[in-house]
Structure formats: structure tokens, C-alpha cells
Design a protein around this ligand. Structure first.
Ligand code: DP6
Length: 436
């Protein structure tokens, strides 16, 4: 029997503070502006991908979240099949780039290296968070796929000690791999790193300068936490991919954002992160989320991603910050919303109990919809917490309270590291290369 090679990696979710919205090249996925994100802990949210290859596999197969396999038609690098003869998709573009690197950097240099670039693949991928949580899974999914096949091909082993995925002098750096993950989904390129990550728009038509780099590792600001408020678990009506191109074609405001606003904000937020300056970090994050939703509204026909619950969360956080600025001259929390109604609130760890109490006062949860892993409620279930407000807080800022279960759930998490290599026991594929 031929040898079956295998590798498994996990990759994190990232949430942008400076949003990517708009492509200048829709095939290479080159953005119209640079963006910056925070990587969330894989202990709470991650995608795991196992990939396997062998000369004995008759086809390339992909298993997503335990569904039946999908057959992927990939041209062999050495065959005469022209790439146009097979489906050209985001996935096949990523896999072909990885095969090219395997051939050039490993097989052409060492004739005794297994010719993996010519063999079919078996790939299985799984998200540890329900797709129904309404959180983007394409970023962690394509990052995990890229990292897993890169590890299988001996291009980068994502040593866990090295936040930047640069462990053991890899043949291909995490930034170079971010160019490949980007071909799968733009925001995926930022999930190749932990901590604080920027994705430069670049200017070359080839896209080789449109890559992700780490601004600071998670350990730089360990007290920065995130609270995810699940407002709606349904799939969004307008996908990011189609929504952003409609904005590029129709929004006049987007041009102002690209040329005047984002470059200034990128500089400002990078300085804020370096200085661990929550006031500057939080203000820029909220302003950029609001401007992203403004360009969505400025699209024709307009796109609405936030709903009344989202807007009420904004009002609560702005009021909390108003009171805090009066008493301590500092912001305590920053909200941001992607292409959907769910809020992500960034705050220093010490302020999380105040924020959780406030959210629970206005949005009482069903029992069991908040797993208090970090212990902010002192052992009580969220459904039993009364939810106080700070002194001076205008309780009428949101008219009335919403019913129990309006908010579907809360996830309290930290900033986390980049892709991790996982051992055989975590593999989604057995020794035979088939799902376990
Ligand atoms: C609002 O990366 O999902 O989350 O490149 O078409 O796959 P494609 O889009 P995607 O868009 C993410 C948009 C966003 C902002 C961000 O993450 O920067």
C-alpha cells in the first residue's frame, strides 16, 4: 500500500477594527483599502482542517462540517490539462498555489522528495462554533485549509511557540501563505496570524504586495477581551462578496473612505495598539464600524446589516462611555459590527463584568445561552443576574427592555494566537485518509 501523508491545523476567527469592504480585483481578491483585525482565541472559536495526500487517492475530496464529500477537479501541475478545462473556484486557486510552491521549493530541489504536488488530496474541515452562530467561518476556514496543506507539503509547520508562524525557519512565511488564504476569502489572510494583524491593500496588479503582517502578538495586550453578542444566528441576506461589489459600483462615499479616511485610521490604530491606548483604539474601531455601515447604506439599492437590537447595543455602549468619560476620562468599551447584526464588544478585562451586567439588563438571556468560561458572573447563570447600571447612566437611552431571548447568546473570549499544528489524535481523517 502507498504511504498516506497527513497534517492537521486549526486557525482562528478574526474581527476587523478597520473594515475590508470592496475589491479592486475580484478574482485575486485584492481590496480597495487596507484593513486591520484582532484575532480571537481558538479556545472558543476555530476551524480545524486535516489534509492528507497519497498516490493511491483516485480523486480530490473535501468534507465540510461532516457533510457528504464534494469532489474537487484539480488539474495536475505536470499534466497537459489546461486549468480552464476544470472549474476555477476560490478553493482550486488556493490548492493550485500550494501545489506550485510544493513543486518549486521542495520537489524540484530534492528529487527524492515525494511528488505530492502530483497527487490528489483528501481534506476535511470542521468549525468548533455553530455556523448558525452567525459568525464568519470563511476566514478561519480558508486560513485552516491553507495552513494544513502548507504543513502537509512541508512549507510551514506553524510551531506553536512562534506566534507568527515563523517557527523552525519555514520555507514559506505566514505572510507569503496569507497571499494564498486571500484567494479563498479576503479576510482569511488575516487569520494566518495571532494578535493584531494588518492586511495591506497593496498596489501591484499581481497582488503580491497585498498580504497580512502581524502588528503585535496576543501577548502584547492580554487584558484586551472581546464579548460577542449573538443578535441573529441566521445567514445574512446580502453576502459580503456581493454586497461589497455593489458598494464599489454605486457608493460615492466609499471613494472618500478609501482615499481620505482609512489611511489615517490605519496609522492611528497601529499607534494605539503599540501604546495599548484603549481610548484611541476604541474610538477608531467604533468610527470605522459606523462608516462601514454608512457605505453599506450609501449603496444602491442600500444594504442594511444592523437591526434595532444592534442599534440599541450601540446606544448602550455610547452611554456607558459618556458616563465613564465624565468620571474617569476614559472609554470602557468599543463595539464593531461586520456584515450582519451581531456585535463584538472590545474592552479591558476589568470592565467586562460591568458590560455583561449592562447587556443582561436590557437583553435578558434564556438559561444556558452564556457560558461564563472566564467567571465574570461569579458562578451564577446569566438568566439569574439582575444587571445593574453604573451611577449617572441614563436608563432611558434605550426605550424599555427587550424580551428574554431577544439576544440569542453571549460569548466572552480573549485575543488569541495564529494557526496551530495539531497532533494525530485531533485529526479529522483516519490513517487511511478517510473521515474518522
Ligand atoms: C465586513 O472576507 O467575507 O467582515 O473576500 O468576498 O470572501 P470575501 O469577503 P469577506 O468579507 C469580510 C467583510 C467584513 C469586514 C472585514 O472582515 O474586514
Amino acid at each position: 500500500m502507498s504511504t498516506i501523508y497527513q497534517a492537521t491545523t486549526s486557525a482562528p476567527v478574526n474581527i476587523a477594527c478597520i473594515k475590508y469592504w470592496g475589491k479592486r480585483d475580484t478574482t485575486l481578491i485584492l481590496p480597495t483599502n487596507s484593513s486591520l483585525s484582532v484575532t480571537l482565541s481558538q479556545n472558543d472559536l476555530s476551524s480545524t482542517t486535516s489534509s492528507s495526500t497519497s498516490p493511491s487517492f483516485p480523486t480530490t475530496l473535501l468534507w465540510l462540517n461532516n457533510l457528504p464529500p464534494e469532489q474537487i477537479d484539480l488539474p495536475s501541475l505536470s499534466s497537459s490539462t489546461s486549468p480552464s478545462a476544470v472549474a476555477d473556484t476560490r478553493l482550486t486557486r488556493c490548492l493550485l498555489q500550494l501545489k506550485k510552491l510544493r513543486k518549486e521549493l521542495v520537489e524540484d530541489k530534492d528529487p527524492s522528495a515525494p511528488k505530492m504536488s502530483e497527487w490528489n488530496l483528501h481534506i476535511a474541515s470542521y468549525n468548533n462554533f455553530p455556523t448558525a452562530a452567525g459568525l464568519a467561518s470563511s476566514a478561519s476556514g480558508f486560513a485552516a485549509l491553507t495552513a494544513s496543506v502548507a504543513a502537509l507539503y512541508g512549507l510551514n509547520t506553524f510551531s506553536s511557540e512562534q506566534e507568527q508562524g515563523q517557527g523552525n525557519d519555514p520555507l514559506v512565511s505566514a505572510s507569503q501563505l496569507s497571499l494564498i488564504a486571500r484567494l479563498g476569502s479576503g479576510s482569511a489572510c488575516r487569520s494566518l496570524f495571532g494578535g493584531f494583524v494588518s492586511w495591506s491593500a497593496g498596489s501591484l496588479p499581481s497582488g503580491t504586495d497585498s498580504l497580512a503582517t502581524q502588528i503585535a502578538p496576543a501577548s502584547h495586550w492580554p487584558t484586551l477581551h472581546a464579548l460577542i453578542c449573538i443578535v441573529n444566528a441566521q445567514k445574512k441576506a446580502t453576502s459580503s462578496t456581493s454586497g461589497m461589489q455593489r458598494t464599489v459600483q454605486t457608493s460615492a462615499l466609499l471613494q472618500h473612505r478609501i482615499t481620505d479616511v482609512v489611511p489615517r485610521r490605519m496609522e492611528g490604530i497601529i499607534d494605539a495598539i503599540k501604546d495599548r491606548d484603549f481610548d484611541a483604539f476604541g474610538r477608531i474601531t467604533m468610527d470605522d464600524s459606523n462608516q462601514f455601515h454608512a457605505v453599506a447604506l450609501d449603496t444602491s439599492p442600500p444594504i442594511f446589516y444592523m437591526n434595532d437590537v444592534s442599534r440599541s447595543i450601540i446606544l448602550l455602549i455610547e452611554e456607558l462611555n459618556r458616563v465613564s468619560l465624565l468620571t474617569s476620562r476614559h472609554l470602557v468599551a468599543a463595539y464593531t459590527f461586520d456584515a450582519g447584526p451581531n456585535a463584538v464588544i472590545y474592552a479591558e478585562e476589568k470592565h467586562i463584568p460591568t458590560i455583561v451586567n449592562l447587556v443582561l439588563r436590557y437583553f435578558p438571556l434564556e438559561p444556558g445561552t452564556f457560558e461564563d468560561k472566564l467567571g465574570v458572573l461569579g458562578g451564577k447563570d446569566a438568566s439569574q443576574v439582575g444587571g445593574g447600571v453604573p451611577d449617572g447612566f441614563d436608563q432611558g437611552v434605550v426605550p424599555g427592555a427587550f424580551g428574554v431571548g431577544t439576544l440569542k447568546g453571549l460569548i466572552h473570549t480573549r485575543i488569541g494566537d495564529g494557526p496551530r499544528m495539531l497532533g494525530k489524535e485531533k485529526s479529522l481523517l483516519g490513517e487511511d485518509g478517510m473521515p474518522k
